[in-house]
Design a binder for this molecule. Structure first.
Ligand code: 13P
Length: 251
């Protein structure tokens, strides 16, 4: 059985004080809801506060990016061991906003994933097609290519520490959600690529999330699909009641 993972991606939202208050509010609402893993991926400066506030709860903390070098002259970047020591257990890699605005490529996504794995972090690896790709009918080609390039050189045993998040770029922050069928189809394509690269057992075991305008209203339908094993949630993860409703849908 695959583990459901409901993860919030706060993006560039909430200060340390707001983080502490949010987790104080969320923790009692999701207490005992252990049918899924619950993760909050917060801005770098919120990680330590979030980890402290989440201690003793079922909420896990993640970062939103990681550099691929262990240390050095990389102004503004953060290394994997820094994230771990601050209290992060997870890290998002390859989010479309990083790809779109900050020059992230499949090559750097692959390097970041390897660095995070080596440090012992769990990775939420994001990929997904642009609107033009979907309209051109090449969604399958694009997500297959991204899956292959992003996982290049990563051994099968490391897949237990990788979650793939299928996030069609046209659905992010737009209120335009993929239909459950579209989400299921794309997650299924990714799963079959994993089967081809590794094994059917690896494909059956890997958690594949859907992300893109998932909210408290559409989550149950999306999560009911065979190939959708959780969600990566932006806007709705900023409101404790909404995020809780999604976690409950996964339970
Ligand atoms: P929204 O849920 O705000 O569309 O964001 C999705 C996302 O990008 C999560 O990583």
């Amino acid at each position: 059985m695959r583990r459901y993972v409901i993860a919030g991606n706060w993006k560039m939202n909430k200060t340390p004080a707001a983080t502490r208050a949010f987790i104080g509010e969320l923790a009692p609402m999701v207490a005992g809801k252990d049918g899924c893993d619950i993760v909050l991926c917060v801005p770098f400066v919120d990680i330590a506060v979030a980890a402290e506030a989440a201690k003793g709860t079922n909420i896990k903390i993640g970062a939103q990016n990681v550099h691929f070098k262990e240390s050095g002259a990389y102004t503004g970047e953060v290394a994997a061991d820094m994230l771990l020591e601050a209290g992060a257990e997870y890290v998002i890699v390859g989010h479309s906003e990083r790809r779109q605005y900050f020059g992230e490529t499949d090559e750097t996504v692959n390097l970041r994933t390897k660095a995070a794995l080596a440090a012992g972090l769990k990775i939420i690896l994001c990929l997904g097609e642009l609107l033009e790709a979907r309209q051109a009918g090449i969604t399958e080609e694009i997500v297959s290519m991204q899956t292959k390039l992003d996982l290049a050189g990563i051994p099968e045993e490391d897949l237990q520490n990788i979650i793939i998040a299928y996030e069609p770029v046209w659905a992010i922050g737009t209120g335009l959600t993929a239909t459950p069928e579209q989400a299921d189809e794309a997650c299924g394509i990714i799963r079959s690529v994993v089967a081809g690269l590794y094994s059917q057992a690896a494909a059956d075991a890997i958690t594949i999330q859907y992300g893109g305008s998932m909210n408290e209203k559409n989550a149950a339908e999306l999560l009911a699909k065979e190939n959708v094993d959780g969600g990566l949630i932006g806007g709705a993860s900023l409101v404790a009641e909404k995020f809780t409703a999604i976690a409950l849908a996964a339970n």
